[in-house]
Design a binder for this molecule. Structure first.
Ligand code: DGJ
Length: 746
């Protein structure tokens, strides 16, 4: 049993394999947070609550004359507002009488032997893993509002999934101004925050900051989870590294606006609260209604960041992603976007596909431009019927020819958008978000459809089904190419306009749920101008997401590095594109581009016809190599062997049973007069013995002989490889890269 209630002490304890989480019904019924950290068996930690007469920290009315208990410093599970806690709240309400107050106290609880689900929102699920749920009901001290706190537990994965639900049991409307999914109130500890910021073509840059006094906030106000901030953060002890030290992850399963607020208070305590964000959110909760928050996934590691990452990778792969491709190796694809952009016809696409099939590529993906009057990005979005000028035999004709080559066929959609120059917009201009009396801001010449409206969703659903029912489609790339503004929901009254953004996300989830249920064999890949909606909410519907529109292998190193803290390799869309790269103009060897793309779902996005015979041979070898290592890269453990700052970046995939590993090294800086480099490996069996096979670019062949001689007949044990490491020379040239296959011999 992972969840234990001690009735006498009124303490709730959640034990996972390596962690303990403890709460306590404290004085006046306040649900106090006691502990989240390394596993502690059999202990009531309520002595950790400190009480003192703190100046300017108010006390409950009923506690007089005692002045030592105040919400202003007591660590709480779900802090309210307006009644004496001046720190960041998890919930803010305007009560029916207009007062700003929320003061929830313990009422009851219930433990059940399965994981809870959330109506209309993604949530973790389990397949006979013994998931459990603790539900704690709190009630507002003065109004008829109940708050249910949910804790879903995956014991073996050290994962706790929190969510909250506000229930209006009164006969009056209440207005929710803020309602977060989870709060962690650390009374002790000196925490830094690792978060992931960026922009289009530069997503998820890892940044670690010391939490200063006051509030540090990470948020998206862009309608989607965004390129600019990812909805996850990691609190790290200052000495935490990849392999040691304490860290605690918080990840939201949500694809819309969010906020993560970390406050270091007057007593040096740290509170982190996360959930729905954006300053415009409000929700009118009518009598009898319930409001569910998205889920937040918490995990703790006392063995460094890589262990924490493994917890999230396993949970996302097994308990969040769904569908036929959840754990399956994804087909190696070729996408025509960077090969042709909008300038294609059937002949060009077939030429790419034919060449690709010969080189071992398994799926042809037709990107933007196959529909409506879509010859550029000014027109056509919303009109999901084929453009016969480009594809005279229709999509079905093309799909048949591609399947005849032995390949799968994939198609691009951007269902949530509309161009003003489209039949859809001409027929239904009111379906797009725009504020009456104002001209809407355009993003890439497009407007956003209000997916909160049933009518809009139904229309889009029908249009997509029409395409999918008439043509054999194996894969869909689901794109989203602007941030959302000018939000105004025409079907909502003025006091409900603050609900529009969240209703939009709920609508998108509903549409995706219907489509993935109706077409379970189709592989969906999420996308938002690259990784602008790369979050665990989307991964519930699309098991992979295009990681970034920056396909430059060297730029991708830091992007994929930042992405890896929460998200598994099987979720990361990564392709080999042309050199010079279209975003940066940088030239990189094909071998290097291949190694970087293998740290993802793997595919190509260039005109193969422009490659030399030598390069084509390398493509054939790469597709073979990806297949050979797919089990390791997709199912193995991922290790960040370096950070982003040195002369090279390295990462490793190690089989969970320690049988083999694949080490990947890319030089970002070559230097003269160097002795060589040393790299310590991880994830091997210390007692097992291994041989090394160097996989080098043909241009590095000379050094291969040197390396083979150095390591010839040498069998190294895991202990040596992990503690002393491997040594390799400073390869010269332009961004050289190589792999080392570590194979167990006995
Ligand atoms: C943005 C995506 O990230 C690209 O890969 C491509 O699909 C374009 N949109 C097409 O408009």
């Amino acid at each position: 049993m992972a969840i234990i209630y001690d009735e006498k002490a009124q303490t709730f304890t959640i034990h996972t394999r390596l962690t303990t989480y403890q709460m306590h019904v404290g004085r006046f019924g306040v649900l106090e947070h006691l502990y989240y950290g390394r596993r502690i068996d059999d202990c009531n930690l309520d002595y950790l609550i400190r009480q003192s007469d703190v100046g300017f920290s108010p006390n409950f009315y009923e506690s007089a004359p005692d002045r030592t208990y105040s919400l202003d410093f007591v660590p709480q599970e779900y802090p309210g507002c307006g009644v004496g806690d001046f720190r960041v709240p998890s919930i803010e309400l305007v009560q029916a009488d207009g007062s700003f107050a929320a003061d929830f106290r313990y009422e009851s609880h219930n433990i059940c032997q399965k994981l809870y689900q959330i109506p209309g929102l993604p949530a973790i699920y389990d397949e006979n893993e013994g998931g459990e749920t603790l539900k704690i009901c709190l009630k507002d001290a003065a109004s008829d509002l109940r708050l249910e706190l949910y804790y879903g537990v995956l014991e073996e994965k050290d994962m706790i999934a929190r969510a909250a639900c506000l229930v209006n049991i009164s006969n009056q409307t209440v207005s929710i101004q803020k309602i977060h999914s989870a709060c962690l109130d650390f009374a002790f500890g000196d925490w830094e925050m690792l978060h992931f910021y960026g922009r289009h073509c530069m997503e998820r840059m890892a940044e670690r900051v010391k939490l200063a006094h006051g509030v540090t906030a990470i948020e998206s106000r862009r309608g989607t989870s965004s390129h600019q901030h990812n909805p996850g953060a990691i609190l790290c002890a200052p000495d935490a590294t990849e392999t040691s030290g304490e860290c605690c992850g918080l990840l939201l399963l949500y694809s819309g606006e969010f906020a993560i607020e970390a406050e270091c208070d007057q007593m040096d305590q740290v509170r982190v609260t996360l959930g729905l964000g954006g300053n415009d959110f409000t929700w009118q909760l009518e009598p009898g209604e319930r409001f569910y928050t998205p889920q937040a996934l918490l995990s703790f590691s006392d063995r460094g960041l890589e262990h924490l990452s493994h917890n999230y990778h396993d949970t996302i792969r097994h308990n969040i992603c769904r569908g036929a491709y959840k754990l399956a190796r994804r087909p190696i694809l070729i996408n025509n976007w960077e090969a042709t952009y909008f300038d294609f016809d059937e002949e060009k696409i077939l030429a790419i596909a034919k060449q690709a099939a010969e080189l071992g590529i398994e799926m042809m993906v037709l990107d933007d431009g196959w529909f409506g009057a879509r010859d550029g990005d000014e027109a056509g979005l919303g009109d999901w019927s084929v453009n016969y000028a480009k594809l005279p035999h229709g999509l079905s004709g093309l799909s048949e020819k591609i399947h005849a080559l032995g390949m799968k066929f994939g198609l691009w959609f951007e269902p949530e958008m509309v161009n003003e120059d489209s039949d859809l917009y001409r027929a239904h201009p009111d379906w797009a978000f725009q504020i009456p009396g104002r001209k809407p801001a355009r993003g890439r010449f497009q407007l956003v459809l209000d997916m909160g409206r049933k009518q809009v969703r139904e229309y889009i659903f029908e249009q997509i089904c029409k395409v999918l029912d008439q043509t054999k489609i194996d894969y869909i790339k689901w794109d989203f190419n602007r941030s959302i503004c000018d939000v105004y929901a025409r079907d909502l009254p003025k006091e409900r306009q603050g609900e529009a953004r969240h209703r939009f996300v709920l609508g998108v989830y509903e549409l995706l749920e219907q489509l993935t249920a109706r077409y379970p064999e189709i592989l969906f890949e999420g996308c938002s101008g690259g990784g602008g909606r790369f979050d665990a909410g989307m991964l519930h519907y699309t098991p992979q997401i295009w990681c970034s529109d920056d396909t430059d292998a060297i730029e991708r190193l830091a992007i994929q590095h930042g992405t890896s803290f929460f998200y598994p390799i099987s979720a990361v869309g990564a392709h080999i594109s042309a050199s010079p790269n279209h975003q940066t103009g940088r030239k990189t060897p094909l071998n290097t581009r291949g190694i970087v793309a293998m740290a993802g779902t793997f595919g190509y996005e260039l005109d193969l016809g422009k490659l030399s015979d030598c390069e084509k041979m390398l493509v054939r070898e790469q597709t073979h190599r990806f297949g050979q290592f797919a089990d390791l890269t997709q199912n193995g453990k991922y290790f960040r062997l370096t950070g982003t700052q040195g002369d090279f970046m390295a990462w490793e995939f190690a089989a969970k049973d320690g049988e083999s590993a694949l080490v990947n090294v890319v030089f970002t800086h070559v230097r003269a007069n160097e002795l060589g480099k040393c790299l310590r490996l991880r994830g091997l069996n210390p007692d097992a013995h291994y041989t090394l096979e160097w996989i080098l670019d043909p241009q590095m062949e000379q050094r291969k002989a040197e390396l083979d001689t150095k390591y010839e007949n040498r069998i190294l044990n895991g202990e040596a490889l992990m503690n002393a490491g491997i040594v390799f020379p400073m390869f010269g040239g332009v961004y050289p890269a190589f792999q080392v296959w570590i194979k167990k011999v006995r």
